[in-house]
Design a binder for this molecule. Structure first.
Ligand code: NI
Length: 401
């Protein structure tokens, strides 16, 4: 199937995808709680007559289209939402108070279901197998890692993987990515500062955890500004500071939380080590104790295989015109597509959807984040075109990675 034909067929199911996306948008579910979302995905696959494996990683679904043998290409979408109270004025806004699809995963799921529909309609042209991975818990729960550990890249062995993310920094109609490291290694940090509580009027009888926490927060930034090569990249953002219940009481304990990022796992570990040391010793200097933990999953960086990016770039150019295909700089956001791309050559692509005309100008994770649904067919076409052209190439065996 020609690339242009992929887009034509995707345009034909535009309304079907928008309806699906809006339904998912109204019922956002957090990581590993994607029960209704997963059920909706399976119901759609049932309607399309597509076989799937469920459950994978709790709520995840892996659908298969094609002959069931190799070559095999995987397409991936994430399904989870965020603990954000939606502040948009769309009529299909979230009905689950305090939860919102503010990262576009509803769009990702709808686009991948669109790809499923088109691939099934053209199954005779699928020379091998396309696996569609509907994964849970992208937002910090490492659902990608759990799916990988549960064998989704095997039987048949996935040789190439592709994923998309909606991208409000790029205009509608543009696509972008880069070869090599595209997204950061990311993890979270928790620091518990313990001192001695007491009357705020008599600080000399207490050990002040609030002042100590403030010193730790400011000093951590010197790790970034003074210890990392200015041409390298690193981020420490302390984003949660919890302590104290009264204006006149020095609290016994203060809890800090935040995120650490780097463009490599080694860089992430280096920053973690320094956070541990700086926090402990600043605390000690102020007669407190700091316990530093990294309780979450350390996401690896998302690395695009150069050849896969060239394939995607070429297809994107044919769909939107080469002038709308952008080679982006690396981004410090993390993404657990990284767990798949660590094992098989892959490409993760940014799908532009900034559109001031409909107020789609807010970044992801913003309570007013709005998706430009007009790009859904383009995303679906990219999925289908990447799968079919990769299968062709792998079958011809002209490319040896
Ligand atoms: Ni996301």
């Amino acid at each position: 199937m020609l690339v242009e034909e992929c887009l034509l067929q995707a345009e034909e199911i535009r309304d079907w995808m928008i309806d699906l996306r809006r339904e998912l948008h109204q019922f956002p579910e957090l990581m590993y709680e994607e029960v209704k979302t997963s059920a909706r995905v399976r119901r759609t696959l049932d309607e399309l007559g597509i076989v799937y494996r469920y459950p994978v990683a709790q709520t995840g679904v892996v659908a298969s289209i094609g002959r069931g043998d190799g070559p095999c290409v995987a397409l991936r979408a994430d399904m989870d939402a965020l603990p954000i109270h939606e502040q948009t004025n769309v009529e299909f806004r979230s009905r689950n108070d305090g939860k919102m699809h503010a990262c576009g995963h509803d769009c990702h799921t709808a686009m991948l279901l669109g790809a499923a529909k088109i691939l099934k309609q053209n199954e005779s042209q699928v020379g091998g197998t396309v696996k569609l991975l509907f994964q849970p818990a992208e937002e910090g729960g490492a659902g990608g890692k759990r799916m990988r550990d549960e064998g989704v890249l095997e039987n048949p062995a996935v040789q190439r993987i592709f994923g998309l993310h909606v991208w409000p920094q790029l205009p509608t109609g543009a696509l972008g990515a880069r070869p090599g490291v595209f997204l950061a290694a990311a993890g979270w940090v928790e620091i518990t500062v313990r001192g001695k509580g007491g009357h705020a009027a008599m600080p000399h009888l207490a050990v002040d955890t609030v002042l100590t926490s403030a010193q730790i927060i400011t000093n951590l930034q010197s790790v970034i500004s003074r210890e990392i090569d200015p041409l390298d990249s690193g981020v420490i953002s302390i984003t949660m500071v919890h302590g104290g219940d009264a204006y006149n009481v020095i609290p016994e304990t203060v809890h800090l939380r935040g995120t650490i990022r780097s463009l490599s796992l080694a860089g992430l570990q280096q920053i973690q080590q320094r956070v541990r040391e700086v926090a402990a010793q600043i605390a000690q200097a102020h007669r407190c104790e700091a316990v530093v933990e990294f309780p979450g999953n350390d996401y690896p960086p998302t690395v695009n295989d150069e050849h896969c990016w060239n394939v995607a770039k070429d297809l994107a150019g044919r769909l939107v015109g080469g002038e709308h295909v952008v080679e982006l700089a690396p981004v410090m956001g993390g993404e657990d597509f990284a767990y798949f791309a660590e094992k098989v050559p892959g490409c993760f692509v940014a799908l532009g959807m900034r559109n001031p005309e409909i107020d789609a100008v807010y970044g992801v994770h913003h309570p007013k984040f709005k998706a430009d649904e007009s790009v859904l067919p383009l995303g679906t076409a990219m999925h289908v075109a990447f799968a079919l052209s990769s299968l062709d190439e792998l079958r011809r065996d002209t490319y040896q990675p």
